[in-house]
Design a protein around this ligand. Structure first.
Ligand SMILES: *Cc1c(COP(=O)(O)O)cnc(C)c1O
Length: 414
C-alpha cells in the first residue's frame, strides 16, 4: 500500500470567492455559507488563470486517478480535513447488447457507500470540518444519507438524517449502521427538508440539503472532470443523467466550463439529457413548457427512489444547462426502467440501479425519437450499485435429502 499523494500533499488552493447562481452576488470564501440571500445555490469560483499557470494537464496524468487528483479544482484548503475512503475514478463499461455500440455506462456504484453521493459528501464533509461544523442534518432518499453518515462519522461530526417513509430499507439501515441518527418521515424528501430547515433556523444543526450548502456540487463536478480525462479531453456526444436535485448535471456543466477556461478542452459540449421518472417529472414538465423554474410535482411515485424529488432548488440551473447543451429533459415509465435494468443484467452482466435503468430507458426512447443516432458516443450514469435496491424474488429450493431429478435443473445435452 502506497501513500496517496493526492490526499496527503499540501497543494495550492485557487478558490477566489463564492457567487449566487441567480444574482451573481459575491460571497467570501473561508466562511460557512448556506443558500445565497436570494435563497439560491452558491457556486464556488476559482482563479482559473492562476491555476492554468501552475498546473498543466499533463501533470495530472502522472497522478493516481482518484477524485483527489483534482485537488487544485476543489475547495479544500488543508489536506488534514480530507476524509478519503477510496474515491476511485469510476470505469466506463460498454453495454453492447442492451445499449448498443458506443454506449458506455459510467458505473458510480463502485464508489464508497455504493453510490456517487460519496463524491459530493466527501467534499461537503471535508469543508464542514474545515469550517468548524459540529452537527449536520440532512433530508435524503437514502444514498446521500449513507454517504453523509460514513464521512461525517469518521470526521467526528454528529449527523441527523430524515428519510421519506418509502426509502429502501437497506438505505435506512446503512445510515444507522454508519453512525447517524436516522428517522423515517411520513412525507416526501422536501417534507423532510422542511423539518431540517426548521432546526437549522433554530441553530440546532447545519443544513446539508442538496445544493443548500455550496460544496456537494464541487464533489459531483469531478464526474465531468473525470469524463474529460477518460475521453482524452474530447467530451462524449451525449450524457444521460438521472435527475433528482440535479447536482451532478449542474456540477458536470460547471466542470466543462472550468476545463475550457483552463484551455484543457475546447468549446464542444455533450448534449445533456436530464432523465426523470414519469411519476415524478417536474423538470421535464418545466422543460416542455419553456419555463425557467419547475413547480412542485404532487403525489410523486417511482421505483427509482434517488430521482423521486418533487422540487429542486437548482431547477433553473438544470434547465439552463440542458437547454444550452441542445439536450432535453425526458421522462420514462417505471416499466421501461425495470425492463432496462433486467436487460442490462441478463445481457451485459451489469446490475444497474433503477435510476441507472432510467438512463438506458431514456436513451432507447431518444434513439426511437431520432434525438440520438446509433453509434454516437453516449454516457449513461449508473449512480449506485443495483445491490442497494430490492431485487425481484428468486424462490427456487432443493431438498438434498429427497430423490432429486436433475433434469429439472438442466437436461443433459445430447
Ligand atoms: C441522488 C441520486 C440521483 C440523483 O442525483 P442528483 O444529482 O441529486 O440529481 C440519481 N440516482 C441515484 C442512485 C441517486 O442516489
Amino acid at each position: 500500500m502506497t501513500i496517496n499523494q493526492n490526499v496527503t500533499a499540501e497543494r495550492p488552493n485557487f478558490v477566489s470567492h463564492l457567487e449566487c447562481s441567480l444574482t451573481g452576488e459575491r460571497y467570501e470564501a473561508g466562511q460557512l455559507h448556506g443558500l445565497s440571500r436570494a435563497g439560491r445555490p452558491l457556486l464556488v469560483r476559482y482563479d482559473l488563470e492562476a491555476l492554468a499557470r501552475t498546473l498543466k494537464r499533463e501533470e495530472l496524468s502522472s497522478r493516481q486517478t482518484d477524485l483527489w487528483r483534482w485537488r487544485e479544482l476543489l475547495p479544500v484548503r488543508h489536506a488534514e480535513n480530507i476524509i478519503a475512503l477510496g474515491e476511485i475514478e469510476t470505469p466506463l463499461i460498454p453495454i453492447p447488447v442492451s445499449g448498443g455500440a458506443g454506449v458506455l455506462v459510467k458505473d458510480e456504484g463502485r464508489l464508497p457507500t455504493g453510490s456517487f453521493k460519496a463524491r459530493g459528501l466527501a467534499l461537503a464533509v471535508a469543508m464542514a470540518r474545515e469550517l468548524g461544523v459540529k452537527r449536520i442534518a440532512m433530508p435524503t432518499n437514502g444514498n446521500a444519507g449513507g454517504a453523509l453518515a460514513a464521512y461525517a462519522s469518521r470526521a467526528g461530526i454528529e449527523t441527523i438524517v430524515l428519510c421519506p417513509e418509502e426509502t429502501p430499507e437497506v438505505n435506512v439501515r446503512e445510515i444507522a449502521a454508519q453512525g447517524a441518527r436516522v428517522w423515517r418521515v411520513n412525507g416526501q424528501i422536501d417534507d423532510c427538508g422542511a423539518i431540517v430547515g426548521r432546526g437549522a433556523a433554530e441553530g440546532r444543526w447545519f443544513d446539508f440539503s442538496t445544493l443548500k450548502e455550496p460544496y456537494r456540487i464541487e464533489g459531483k463536478k469531478t464526474m465531468g472532470l473525470e469524463l474529460a480525462a477518460q475521453f482524452g479531453w474530447q467530451l462524449p456526444d451525449a450524457i444521460f443523467y438521472p435527475t433528482g436535485g440535479g447536482t451532478g448535471l449542474i456540477g458536470m456543466w460547471k466542470a466543462f466550463d472550468e476545463l475550457e477556461a483552463l484551455g484543457w478542452i475546447g468549446s464542444a459540449r455533450p448534449r445533456m439529457y436530464a432523465v426523470q421518472a414519469s411519476g415524478c417529472a417536474p423538470i421535464v414538465r418545466a422543460f416542455e413548457a419553456g419555463e425557467e423554474h419547475a413547480e412542485r410535482w404532487e403525489n410523486a411515485a417511482t421505483v427509482a427512489a434517488g430521482i423521486r424529488v418533487p422540487r429542486a432548488v437548482g431547477d433553473f440551473l438544470i434547465l439552463r444547462a440542458v437547454r444550452a447543451s441542445g439536450g432535453r429533459a425526458l421522462a420514462v415509465d417505471d416499466d421501461a426502467i425495470l425492463n432496462a435494468v433486467d436487460d442490462t443484467a441478463r445481457q451485459d452482466g451489469l446490475l444497474l440501479c433503477p435510476e441507472g435503468g432510467a438512463t438506458l430507458a431514456a436513451y432507447r426512447k431518444a434513439v426511437t425519437d431520432g434525438l440520438v443516432e446509433r453509434g454516437e458516443r453516449v454516457v449513461l450514469f449508473n449512480c449506485a450499485t443495483g445491490l442497494k435496491y430490492p431485487l425481484p424474488p428468486a424462490e427456487g429450493r432443493l431438498d438434498r435429502h429427497s430423490a432429486l431429478d436433475l433434469d429439472v435443473l438442466a437436461p443433459l445435452r445430447a
